[in-house]
Ligand binder design. Structure first.
Ligand SMILES: Cc1cc2nc3c(=O)[nH]c(=O)nc-3n(C[C@H](O)[C@H](O)[C@H](O)COP(=O)(O)O)c2cc1C
Length: 357
């Protein structure tokens, strides 16, 4: 990997960050809503949040549940509203509506790899058509008075449009790029190639957030230094270790870095359970919902995968918490340090980006 000499570019995005360099919670459909934001804020917020995507199509309305993460943002940190769509008048219309709320900016999704999404030429599907990207961003740039940001993968099946798209981002005066360094067809199976972040940092007038397998504060720091990225965006590892943003901040400030114990993890699961439950949900649904999160948490719990195996088979809250107690607090486990890196041998399921995929 080339060591980037370029200093991260300054911009109004970075001026929103009070730390030496920013971290962001990645947008995750069905995850990064108001309940999870609240839980993360208690563990230590990132500098920026991004909403799950608002679907944009003719006559689409702002999803009230996603909107609540903006109107009731519990973190006090800037939040960007993410849009997915390809219809220019409708993207413009929704961007206009969103600017009536307290957002730091509007983010365009150009990375979603779910086939039902990209087959409609939205999300990751946009990366096949640079001209379309240019038209969308030019129009959004006129419409968005606050910050205009883009989150994308490096290409659809390969990187053939990568450089072109970077030029378009410059021409359209995009304020921030979050770059997930896999192709759309690479899904999550391929390794991220962060060399593309160094290339984007060289070419772009705006700052770049590096995204893809940033598993710990140490990895964040090392990748930031190697690539010249302005900061990092973290998704799945923030579900597994919700203190990761606090750890990044403490590391930046030369403070002792918080070392969570297994009983902290247990309390986190309890908090998630309370936050994710809704009065109208029966126990089975709440358990189903929390299992999605525990699929990621489990990567740091038992290297042989026994926690994941047992947790996935539980069906009541009592059963689920008995399993959590067994693996997180019984027999002296409570004060064991949490493994900051995931165990290599384990796989989270599901790791797709969309409930449809
Ligand atoms: C469950 C899930 C839902 C996701 N939803 C979105 C989304 O709504 N918008 C988006 O741009 N990316 C979405 N992503 C992709 C993440 O934002 C991120 O780019 C990806 O997970 C790689 O980062 P990570 O290795 O830190 O998880 C999602 C990922 C997951 C696992």
């Amino acid at each position: 990997m080339t060591v980037a000499n370029a200093e991260p570019k300054t911009s109004s995005v970075l001026s929103l960050c009070t730390n030496p360099w920013p971290s962001a919670l990645a947008p995750m459909q069905d995850v990064t809503g108001l309940p999870f934001m609240g839980v993360i804020a208690e563990c230590g917020s990132p500098d920026f949040y991004f909403t799950e995507f608002f679907r944009v199509y003719p006559n689409s309305k702002l999803d009230p549940e996603i909107l609540s993460s903006i109107t009731r943002n519990p973190s006090g940190k800037p939040i960007f509203a993410q849009l997915i769509g390809e219809s220019i008048p409708n993207l413009d219309r929704i961007a206009r509506e969103l600017q009536q709320f307290s957002i730091a900016g509007v983010d365009l999704n150009m990375g979603c790899p779910a086939p039902r999404v990209y087959k409609k030429n939205v999300g990751g599907g946009l990366l096949k058509d640079s001209r379309k990207i240019e038209l969308i961003l030019k129009s959004l740039r006129r419409e968005v008075k606050s910050l205009l940001t883009v989150k994308m993968r490096i290409g659809f099946e390969d990187d053939r449009n990568f450089e072109d798209i970077l030029s378009i981002l410059n021409d359209c005066e995009v304020d921030l790029l979050s770059l997930h360094t896999r192709t759309v067809l690479g899904g999550y199976r391929t390794d991220p190639d962060h060399e593309y972040v160094a290339r984007a940092v060289e070419r772009l007038d705006c700052p770049v957030l590096l995204n893809g397998n940033v598993t710990s504060a140490k990895v964040a720091y090392s990748l930031k230094c190697q690539t010249g990225a302005a900061g990092v965006m973290i998704g799945r590892s923030a579900i597994r270790n919700p203190w990761i943003f606090r750890q990044i901040r403490e590391m930046q400030l030369g403070m002792p870095v918080f070392e969570p114990r297994m009983n902290d993890l247990y309390k986190y699961v309890q908090n998630l359970f309370v936050a994710l439950g809704k009065p109208e949900m029966d126990d089975r649904r709440i358990v189903g919902r929390i299992k999605k999160f525990l699929n990621f948490v489990g990567l740091s719990v038992c290297p042989e995968g026994k926690f994941l195996h047992q947790m996935r088979r539980s069906s009541t809250p009592a059963e689920l918490f008995r399993i959590c107690e067994k693996f997180m607090i019984s027999e002296g486990l409570a004060f064991q340090k949490l493994n900051l890196e995931p165990f290599d041998s384990l796989l989270a399921r599901p790791s797709q980006e969309s409930v449809e995929s």
